[in-house]
Design a protein around this ligand. Structure first.
Ligand code: FAD
Length: 476
C-alpha cells in the first residue's frame, strides 16, 4: 500500500483543477482544513462564506470517500502530530501569497522536515508564479500594463484544467477533528445575524461557483466591455470574486471557459483576471502592502481621522446617494460593484481625508470576497500611494460619477429606497433639489435622508491642500 498523504486545503476549496489534490489522489489521504488565527484572519462576511464553503467541500469529499477533517490552531504544531497519526510522508497544499501564510508555510516545512515529512506546494490559486515572472531587467513588476502583457504571452501555453478525482480513499488513523459549528464562523447570539440576507445572493461552494460562471458566460460576457461599469446592470460583471478568493473555482477554469466562449467582452474580462494576478504579484514582492504605503512618502500624509465621518461612510449615511447605495449594498450582500468600490474609497480618503487603512479594514470585515492582495492593492491604488496608482489629485466627484454610471438612478433607487420617488434629475444630488421637489417625494433632508457630511468643493480643496503639504514635506 502506498504511503498516506495529507491534503491541506487553504484557499483552494474545490476538487476540480486542483494540482495538489491530483498529486495525491491515488494514495490514501487525509484532507484537512485548519482555521488559523493571526493577522488578517478572515473578517465577518468572509467567515460566513467560509462556513458554507467548508460545508460544501465536506459533502463533496465525503461522497468520494475521504471526509474532510476540520481543525483550528497553529499548523506548525498541528501538522507534525497529524502526519505521525496517519503515517503521512508528504503534505500537499496550494502556494499562498499572504505574508503570514508564507511565514507559516516556511516554518511548517522546517517543523515537518525534522520528522521526515515533506511539505509540497503547488500552484492552485493563480495563473502565474509571482516568484518566476520578472521584468526584462530581472525585477518584479510594479506597473500593471507591462505585467499583463508578459503574463498574457505566458498564458498562451496554459495547460488545460484538471478533472476532479472520481474516488478517493481515506488514510487510516484520521482524527475526528472539530464539527463545522465548533469552528464558530457564523454570527452568534447576542450578535445580530447581520449575514441573514447573504444566502439570497450567493451559493458558496464549488457547485455554486460553476453555476455562476456558466450564467455569466451565457448572460454577461458578450456585454462585459460595455456594461461592466454599470452598477445596476444584471450580469454587468461576473460576481465570481468570492468564489475565486476561496478557490472554489480556479482562475485557469475561468480563463479557459471564457476563451472557449469567446466573442466581444472576452479580452476586457481576461484583463480583469490579470488585475487579480497583479495584486498577488505585488503582495508577494511587497509584503508590507496591507499596512504601509508602497510610496513611502505617503507615510507622512496628514490624514484627519474622525470617528463620526468614518461611521457615516460605513453606514451609508453620507448624503451622497452613490456612496450610500454602495455602502448599503456592501452591508446587505457582502459585495459591492467595482466602480462603486472606487467611488466610495476615493470619497473616504479624499473628500473625508480618512486613512485608507480604515477603509481597507472595513472592507476586510464586510466583503465576502475580502482578499488581502486585491483589497490592499486597490485601496493603495485609490489613495494614490500604490505601486501603479491613480494620481492623488484625480478626485472622483460622487455626483458626476453617479450621473455618468447610474444615469437612470436604478442602482441608487434599489439600495436607498427612500430616494426612489425623486425625479432622475436629482437622484444623485437630493441636496440640490428645490424644497417643493423634496416635499413631492416625501423627503426631508436630515430626517429621511442625511444632509451631505461634507461640501464637495471644500472637501476637494482640503484634500488637494493635504497633498500639497505632503509634497512640500517631501521636497523639504
Ligand atoms: C477599494 C477596492 C477594494 C477591493 N477589494 C477587493 C477584495 O477584497 N477582493 C477582491 O477580489 N477584489 C477587490 N477589489 C477589486 C474588484 O472590485 C473586485 O474584484 C470585483 O468588483 C469583483 O466583482 P466581479 O467578480 O463581478 O468582477 P469581474 O468584473 O467579473 O472580474 C472578474 C474577476 O477578476 C478579478 N478582478 C476584477 N477586478 C479586479 C481588480 N481591480 N483587482 C483585483 N482583481 C480584480 C476578480 O477576481 C473578479 O472576480 C477591490 C476594488 C477596490 C476599488
Amino acid at each position: 500500500m502506498p504511503d498516506s498523504a495529507i491534503l491541506w486545503f487553504r484557499q483552494d476549496l474545490r476538487l476540480a483543477d486542483h494540482p495538489a489534490l491530483m498529486a495525491v489522489a491515488e494514495r490514501p489521504i487525509l484532507p484537512v482544513y485548519i482555521l488559523e488565527d493571526g493577522p488578517w484572519a478572515p473578517g465577518g462576511a468572509a467567515r460566513w462564506w467560509l462556513h458554507h464553503s467548508l460545508a460544501a467541500l465536506g459533502r463533496d469529499l465525503a461522497e468520494r470517500g475521504a471526509p474532510l477533517v476540520l481543525l483550528r490552531g497553529d499548523p506548525r504544531r498541528l501538522l507534525p502530530d497529524l502526519a505521525a497519526a496517519v503515517g503521512a510522508t508528504e503534505i500537499h497544499a496550494g502556494r499562498r501569497t499572504e505574508p503570514a501564510g508564507r511565514r507559516c508555510d516556511a516554518e511548517t516545512h522546517a517543523a515537518l522536515q525534522a520528522a521526515g515529512t515533506r511539505l509540497v506546494l503547488h500552484r492552485t490559486a493563480l495563473l502565474h508564479e509571482p516568484h518566476q515572472v520578472r521584468t526584462g531587467s530581472g525585477t518584479p513588476y510594479g506597473v500593471y500594463t507591462p505585467f499583463s502583457r508578459n503574463v498574457f504571452g505566458l498564458l498562451e501555453g496554459l495547460a488545460p484544467a484538471l478533472p476532479a478525482p472520481a474516488r478517493l480513499s481515506t488514510a487510516p488513523g484520521a482524527p475526528a477533528g472539530l464539527s463545522l459549528d465548533e469552528l464558530a464562523l457564523l454570527p452568534r447570539l447576542p450578535e445580530p445575524d447581520w449575514a441573514a440576507g447573504f444566502a439570497a445572493y450567493w451559493q458558496p461552494g464549488e457547485a455554486g461557483a460553476a453555476a455562476r460562471l456558466a450564467a455569466f458566460l451565457e448572460h454577461g460576457l458578450a456585454g462585459y466591455a460595455d456594461r461592466r461599469n454599470d452598477p445596476g446592470a444584471a450580469w454587468g460583471t461576473s460576481g465570481l470574486s468570492p468564489h475565486l478568493h476561496l478557490g472554489e473555482i480556479s482562475p485557469r477554469q475561468v480563463w479557459h471557459a471564457a476563451q472557449a466562449r469567446g466573442g466581444k467582452g472576452l479580452e476586457t474580462f481576461l484583463k480583469e483576471l490579470l488585475w487579480r494576478e497583479f495584486s498577488h504579484h505585488l503582495l508577494w514582492h511587497r509584503p508590507e502592502m496591507p499596512e504601509a504605503p508602497l510610496r513611502v512618502e505617503f507615510a507622512a500624509f496628514p490624514w484627519q481621522p474622525d470617528a463620526a465621518l468614518l461611521r457615516a461612510w460605513q453606514r451609508g449615511r453620507t448624503g451622497y446617494p452613490i456612496i450610500d447605495a454602495g455602502m448599503r449594498q456592501l452591508w446587505q450582500t457582502g459585495w459591492m460593484h467595482n466602480r462603486v468600490r472606487m467611488i466610495t474609497a476615493s470619497f473616504l480618503v479624499k473628500h473625508l481625508l480618512q486613512p485608507w487603512q480604515q477603509g481597507e479594514a472595513w472592507f476586510w470585515d464586510t466583503l465576502v470576497d475580502a482578499d488581502l492582495a486585491a483589497n490592499s492593492a486597490s485601496w493603495q491604488w485609490v489613495a494614490g500611494c500604490g505601486a501603479d496608482a491613480a494620481p492623488y489629485f484625480r478626485i472622483f466627484n460622487p455626483v458626476l460619477q453617479g450621473e455618468k454610471f447610474d444615469p437612470t438612478g436604478a442602482y441608487v433607487r434599489r439600495w436607498c429606497p427612500e430616494l426612489a420617488p425623486l425625479p432622475d434629475r436629482f437622484i444623485h444630488k437630493p441636496h440640490e433639489a428645490p424644497e417643493i421637489v423634496l416635499r413631492g417625494a416625501g423627503l426631508q433632508l436630515g430626517r429621511d435622508y442625511p444632509a451631505p457630511v461634507v461640501e464637495l468643493a471644500a472637501g476637494r480643496a482640503r484634500a488637494l491642500a493635504a497633498f500639497a503639504a505632503l509634497k512640500g514635506d517631501a521636497a523639504a
